[in-house]
Design a protein around this ligand. Structure first.
Ligand SMILES: [Zn+2]
Length: 205
């Protein structure tokens, strides 16, 4: 029997049952079946079919890719908020500046608080005694007066003259109060900015 298996190759267990009563005709059929099987296997080796295991993996991959609404990362959220807050600050600056200039105007003309030069309302700026970087007094009427470009920009607010005139007009207490207001800690909330914008928008002509 050993030489028989050597000649035809060992068949699978199913075929083995049929071989037992081995007649010559049976052996021929089995030989053909085995050869065919070998050929198919050789072809498969040459043109490998995709394994079913891989397909399963692909399916789970597709499931993972199923549409899920992408949530914004905290950084992206912050960027959007920051952008809109900045836009609100800019808008509030615009209305507040116009309000200050109109408040101190007389017959369409405004006097520079620090050099007393008279100018038209759209040629003058809104000067801050304490810098605009202190948000606590950025939109504080006590802290702002109209100033020409020369005093506000080139003389950086003409601080000595500004201070001198504020004391002349309102006294030391006014300056102290302004100092207290400057040192307050403020949190720039968008709701606050929106309310302020509405307030000054209604006050300007
Ligand atoms: Zn001036």
């Amino acid at each position: 029997m050993g030489s028989f298996w050597y000649a035809f190759g060992k068949p699978s267990q199913d075929s083995y049952i049929w071989i037992l009563p081995a007649s010559k005709a049976y052996l021929k059929i089995i030989q053909c079946v085995i050869q065919e099987d070998v050929q198919i296997k050789a072809m498969e080796r040459f043109n490998p079919q995709p394994k079913p295991v891989k397909e399963e993996k692909k399916k789970t991959y597709q499931l993972k890719r199923s549409p899920i609404k992408r949530k914004l990362k905290p950084k992206e959220k912050k960027a959007i908020d920051k952008e809109s807050s900045q836009a609100l600050v800019k808008k509030l600056d615009k209305y507040f500046s116009l309000f200050i200039r109109q408040k101190h105007s007389e017959n369409g003309l405004v006097e520079c608080y620090t050099c007393r030069k008279k100018m038209e309302i759209n040629q003058i700026q809104c000067g801050h005694y304490h810098s605009r970087r202190f948000y606590s007094v950025r939109w504080e009427e006590m802290n702002c007066r109209p100033q020409c470009v020369s005093c506000n920009v080139f003389k950086h607010g003409n601080y000595p003259e500004f201070s001198k005139r504020l004391i002349e007009d309102h006294g030391r207490q006014y300056m102290d109060l302004l100092e207290v207001k400057k040192n307050r800690k403020v949190k720039l909330e968008r709701t606050f900015l929106k309310v302020m914008i509405e307030h000054y928008k209604n006050l300007v002509k």
